[in-house]
Design a protein around this ligand. Structure first.
Ligand code: NAP
Length: 430
């Protein structure tokens, strides 16, 4: 743990404060009638203190604070498990969330984080398909960026022995998003062509790997130039530097008729371009608004521009062009069966060696500013991971060191960032 039990013990347990968590009375009702004198019951009543990354207000990096909280195992409700978190995923949605642009994140103060991996440390009485010691992926709408997290058992998924905690934390959101878009919506088949924007990012790499599970798929991928060698090796057929070239022109030079599927995480003018690039019977899937984000603070001009340039057309036009437009948001998928089926399929593909999350870098909770900055600065190739375990003083951030050139650049960037880092470890004030 954090070694900061002193202040933690003066705090209210997180569960008491959050509307979606059980008030103590309910939690007590959910518990079996155990004898309070037994050692197990006594252990459950012992407060556990833990560190959490809390969004304290909307804005820049300084709005995320590392705080110490406490809870009791006895607060587990029916159907819940307690997970000791080993690794968490950082998603673009959290950059949006910090700026107040992600509608599924409750208002601050709120612990961030939608995905992670770890070991089950306690289970509610009625949970029979998970047990203490299981290694799992865990998902929540928010609240995964903490050392221990209470999660519904049906949002935990066992992971294979060979899968590291970092890989497990990198997989769910990126791969489920890519899988559902490509296979449930766009019905990707052999011989098709796909445009993947942000192709070197978490979802981009997942989508590239999944496209390769189908024969003869041509992948156009936009990414910053320094990442092209890596994404080509990863399976992108035609990498395009969107910063210096018009990707529409580049694609038309190769495929004059355009592409069959466009995955659009950008919004605004890029949605219009994507629609224009579709072949007849093609599908554009809108799943993000990255164009609204230009740096650590909210940019109203970029938001207005994205909104102003968004694609608007009537259904008659859609009919006359023989094209399809779809929207996708994993956060609004409520079909638990689809959720589970997709993760089972992804685990199979992982076991078969067909997919493998690429970890860009791992940062301890104390380094959340550097982690977010890496994404804002468009440096990541693959997934950025947050590690709850406290940083040892001599440790450096662990970046993927496959490319000597990139490593040099990245280390310089990270050391610059350290001076700006303003993460605090402080006890939560009531
Ligand atoms: N709807 C859903 O359910 C769902 C689920 C997951 C993700 N998403 C969306 O998918 C997109 C990718 O998400 P991710 O988590 O995998 O992130 P990510 O792709 O790893 O994001 C970082 C990378 O995106 C590129 N990029 C493009 N525009 C950017 C901008 N305005 N600011 C910073 N980077 C930008 C940069 O690479 P290059 O410069 O090399 O392009 C950067 O390195 C996001 O739009 C996200 O909101 C949607």
């Amino acid at each position: 743990m954090s070694g900061e039990e002193g202040p933690a013990q003066q705090q209210e347990p997180e569960q008491v404060k959050k509307p979606d968590e059980p008030p103590p009375a309910e939690a007590a009702e959910a518990k079996p009638e155990s004898s309070s004198s037994s050692p197990a019951a006594a252990e459950e009543e012992q407060p556990i203190s833990y560190r959490a990354l809390v969004l304290t207000g909307y804005g820049g990096y300084d709005k995320i604070k590392l705080q110490v909280k406490s809870m009791k195992k006895s607060q587990l409700k029916a159907g819940e498990v307690l997970v000791r978190v080993k690794a968490c995923g950082l998603n673009f949605a959290e950059l949006l969330g910090r700026q107040g642009l992600y509608d599924l994140l409750p208002a601050p103060p709120v612990t961030m984080g939608m995905e992670g991996s770890g070991v089950i440390e306690a289970v509610a009485e009625d949970v029979t398909d998970r047990k203490v010691g299981d290694r799992v992926i865990a998902m929540k709408r928010h609240g995964m960026w903490q050392e221990v997290a209470v999660v519904p058992a049906n949002r935990t998924f066992p992971i294979p022995e060979a899968m590291s905690f970092e890989e497990a934390a990198a997989l769910p959101i990126n791969y489920m998003t890519a899988y559902m878009m490509l296979f449930e919506m766009a019905n990707l088949r052999p011989g098709k062509s796909v445009l993947i924007h942000m192709a070197a990012g978490g979802v981009g790499i997942a989508a590239t790997q999944l496209c390769q599970t189908v024969q003869d798929v041509t992948i156009f991928g936009t990414a910053s130039a320094s990442k092209h060698e890596t994404i080509s090796q990863g399976g992108v057929t035609h990498p395009i530097d969107y910063r210096t070239k018009d990707y529409v022109t580049e694609i038309r030079k190769i495929n004059p008729k355009g592409v069959d599927i466009v995955l659009d995480p950008l919004g605004g003018a890029d949605t219009q371009k994507g629609f224009g690039l579709l072949k007849p019977l093609g599908m554009l899937i809108v799943f993000g608004t990255a164009n609204c984000v230009t740096g650590q603070k909210k940019n109203l001009l970029a938001m207005a521009k994205t909104w102003y340039n968004q694609l608007t057309l009537n259904t008659l036009k859609l009919m006359q062009t023989n094209k399809a437009i779809a929207g996708f948001h994993l956060g609004y998928i409520t079909d638990e069966e689809l959720f589970e089926r997709t993760l089972v399929k992804l685990m199979e593909l992982y076991q078969q060696g067909k997919i493998k999350p690429r970890i860009d870098s791992c940062y301890h909770f104390e380094e959340v500013t550097e982690a977010m900055k890496r994404m804002h600065d468009r440096q990541n190739i693959g997934k950025v991971i947050l590690i709850p375990e406290p940083k040892k003083s001599e440790e450096k951030p662990q970046s993927n060191t496959e490319e000597a050139e990139n490593v040099g650049e990245n280390e310089a960037a990270v050391s610059d960032q350290k001076e700006e880092a303003a993460v605090e470890v402080e006890a939560e004030k009531d």
